[in-house]
Design a protein around this ligand. Structure first.
Ligand code: NAD
Length: 491
C-alpha cells in the first residue's frame, strides 16, 4: 500500500487534518494507495508558498530560463512516460495503449509552451498625444489554482500548467479525489527538474474541502478548471465574488453527424472511436449520432457488429478495447441513464447492462450500449452520460442535421462525415461548437485551441490562444513633456 502526501513548497507534507482517503484500482476494485485529505489549512500553506515563489524566485528567472525548465520537464516526461501511463491505468482504469500514447504526447505541451515563454511580446503604440511614449507589456497573473477531473489527470493538467508557468505564474493543483496518484507522481518530475520551491504545489482532497478554499483564497489570481458543468458553475460563482478570471473546460453532448455521401467504413470507425474509446468517459464523446435516414439502417447494423465485437477486459492488456468505468458513482450514473432511456422509449439495440463475462473479474464494466429511435428531446439525447452509451437520431437533410446538432445546451465538439467539401464547410460554419472535426474524431493537439461554446465552458486551452488566458496586459505611458499641464482637465 502506497501513501501520498501533499507536495507543498518543494517538500512532501502530511495533511493538517492527519487524515488520508483511499484510492482504488477500477479494474481490480482493490485499494492500492492512501492519499492525503487536505483542507483549507493545507491550501493556505500551498498558496502562500506559491505567492512567495511568484514574487521572488520564479519572477527573477528570465523568460528564457523559465522556458528551459519546461523543456527539461518535457524530456523527463518522455523518459518516464511508460511509468506514468501505468500509474494512470492503475488509478483511472483507462487502456494502457491509450495512456502510453497520451503520457508520451504530454511532453509536447511542455516543449511548446517552453518555447513560447520568451516570445510573449507587447507593442509600442502610436499615440494621439504629443510627447507621449506608450507601450504595452504582458504580465503574469500570480498564483493560479488548477482543478482537474478524473478522466485524464495528467493531460488536463498539462493544458493548464504548461502555459501558466510559461507565462510566469505559479501553481497550486488540486486533482480529482478519484485519481490523484498520477499528479503526485508527476510532482516528483517537477522536483527532479529543479523548479524553484513553491512554483508548483499539489494539495489533494475533496471538492468542497480543498477545491472551494482554493477558489476562495484571497491570493489566488485565477482558476483553471476541468470538470462538470455543475461544479464549473459553482466555481464561476465563487470566483465572481473575488472578480478573478476563470477558464472552464466543462462537459459535452457532442453530435457526430454522418451524411449519406460519407466514406461508410471510415465513418463507422469514427463513430466507434467517438463513443466507445476510453469507455465513453471523455468530454468530447460523440454521444449523439445523427445519421441520414437513407443510410440509417445499414449504418446502425454495421455499428452494432463492430461495437459488439469490442473486447472488454483488463485495461493493462494491449488487446482490450473497452475498460472498466472509473468510479462507482459514475457506474451508477451510467446505469441510471440506461434505465431512463428505456423508460423514455428509446430502443436498446446493443448492450444495456453491466458486463460480467470473461475477464470482467467482477469489476465495474458496462457493455457498449446503443439506443436507436432516439428523439432529441429525450434526456438520453440532451444530458451528458459520460459512459459507453450512444444515442442515434435519424435526420432527413443538412438543415435538419444542423438544427438537431445545435439544439443542446452544450457546445464542446462535433463531428461531420461527408465527402462533399461544400457541405463540410457549410456544416462546420453552422455548428455551435468549439471544435469541429470533419472526417476524423477525437483528435487534439498542443498547437490547436480547445474549449467549449455555450455551457461547455469559457476560455481556450492549447495553442497560442491559451497563453493569453494566463496573462494580463499593462499599458505604460511615459511623458516626455516638460510643460506643466492643467490638472483640472483630462489629459
Ligand atoms: P467534477 O465537476 O465532479 O469534479 C472536477 C473537479 O472539481 C474535482 O477535482 C472535484 O474535486 C472538484 N470540485 C468539485 N466541486 C468543487 C467545488 N465546489 N469547488 C472547487 N472544486 C470542486 O467532474 P468529474 O466527475 O471529475 O469529471 C467529469 C466531468 O469533467 C465531465 O462533465 C466531463 O465532460 C468533464 N471534462 C471536461 C473536459 C474538457 O476539457 N472540457 C475534459 C475532461 C472532463
Amino acid at each position: 500500500m502506497e501513501t501520498f502526501n501533499h507536495y507543498i513548497n518543494g517538500t512532501w507534507e502530511k495533511p493538517c487534518s492527519g487524515k488520508y482517503f483511499k484510492t482504488e484500482n477500477p479494474y481490480t476494485c482493490e485499494v492500492w494507495a492512501n492519499v492525503a485529505q487536505g483542507n483549507e489549512k493545507d491550501v493556505d500553506k500551498a498558496v502562500t508558498a506559491a505567492k512567495i515563489a511568484f514574487e521572488n524566485d520564479w519572477s527573477e528567472l528570465t523568460a528564457t530560463d523559465r522556458g528551459k525548465k519546461l523543456v527539461s520537464l518535457a524530456s523527463l516526461i518522455e523518459k518516464e512516460s511508460k511509468r506514468l501511463a501505468e500509474i494512470e491505468v492503475k488509478d483511472n482504469g483507462k487502456l494502457i495503449a491509450e495512456m502510453e500514447a497520451q503520457t508520451k504526447y504530454l511532453a509536447e505541451w511542455y516543449r511548446y509552451y517552453g518555447g513560447l515563454a520568451d516570445k510573449i511580446e507587447g507593442s509600442v503604440l502610436p499615440s494621439d498625444k504629443p510627447g507621449i511614449f506608450n507601450y504595452t507589456k504582458y504580465e503574469p497573473l500570480g498564483v493560479v489554482g488548477m482543478i482537474t477531473a478524473w478522466n485524464s489527470p495528467l493531460l488536463l493538467l498539462a493544458w493548464k500548467l504548461a502555459p501558466a508557468l510559461a507565462a510566469g505564474n505559479t501553481a497550486v493543483i488540486k486533482p480529482s479525489e478519484f485519481t490523484s496518484a498520477s499528479t503526485l507522481e508527476f510532482m516528483k518530475l517537477i522536483e527532479e527538474v529543479g523548479f524553484p520551491k513553491g512554483v508548483v504545489n499539489c494539495v489533494t482532497g475533496f471538492g468542497v474541502e480543498v477545491g472551494q478554499p482554493l477558489v476562495e483564497h484571497k491570493d489566488v489570481a485565477k482558476i483553471a478548471f476541468t470538470g462538470s458543468d455543475v461544479s464549473g458553475q459553482k466555481i464561476y460563482e465563487n470566483a465572481a465574488k473575488k472578480i478573478i478570471p476563470v477558464s472552464l473546460e466543462l462537459g459535452g453532448k457532442s453530435p457526430n453527424i454522418v451524411f449519406e455521401d460519407a466514406d461508410f467504413d471510415a465513418a463507422v470507425m469514427g463513430v466507434i472511436s467517438g463513443i466507445f474509446a476510453a469507455t465513453g468517459q471523455t468530454c468530447i464523446a460523440g454521444s449523439r449520432l445523427l445519421v441520414q435516414k437513407n443510410i440509417h439502417d445499414k449504418f446502425v447494423e454495421k455499428l452494432i457488429k463492430v461495437a459488439g465485437d469490442a473486447k472488454i477486459g483488463d485495461p493493462m492488456s494491449f488487446n482490450t478495447h473497452v475498460g472498466p468505468v472509473t468510479t462507482k458513482p459514475q457506474f451508477d450514473k451510467i446505469m441510471n441513464y440506461i434505465e431512463i432511456a428505456k423508460t423514455e422509449g428509446a430502443e436498446c439495440v446493443l448492450g444495456g447492462k453491466p458486463y460480467t463475462g470473461s475477464g470482467s473479474k467482477g469489476s465495474r464494466f458496462i457493455e457498449p450500449t446503443i439506443f436507436k429511435n432516439v428523439s432529441n428531446e429525450m434526456r438520453i439525447a440532451q444530458e451528458e452520460v459520460f459512459g459507453p452509451v450512444l444515442s442515434i437520431i435519424a435526420f432527413e437533410d443538412e438543415k435538419e442535421a444542423i438544427d438537431i446538432g445545435n439544439d443542446i445546451i452544450f457546445g464542446l465538439a462535433a463531428g461531420v462525415w461527408t465527402n462533399n467539401i461544400g457541405r463540410a464547410l457549410r456544416v462546420s460554419d453552422k455548428l455551435k461548437a468549439g471544435t469541429v472535426w470533419v472526417n476524423t474524431y477525437r483528435a487534439v493537439s498542443f498547437m490547436s485551441p480547445f474549449g467549449g461554446y455555450k455551457r461547455s465552458g469559457r476560455g481556450r486551452e492549447s495553442g497560442q490562444e491559451s497563453i493569453k488566458e494566463f496573462l494580463q496586459v499593462k499599458s505604460v505611458w511615459i511623458s516626455q513633456n516638460t510643460s506643466v499641464a492643467n490638472p483640472f482637465i483630462i489629459r
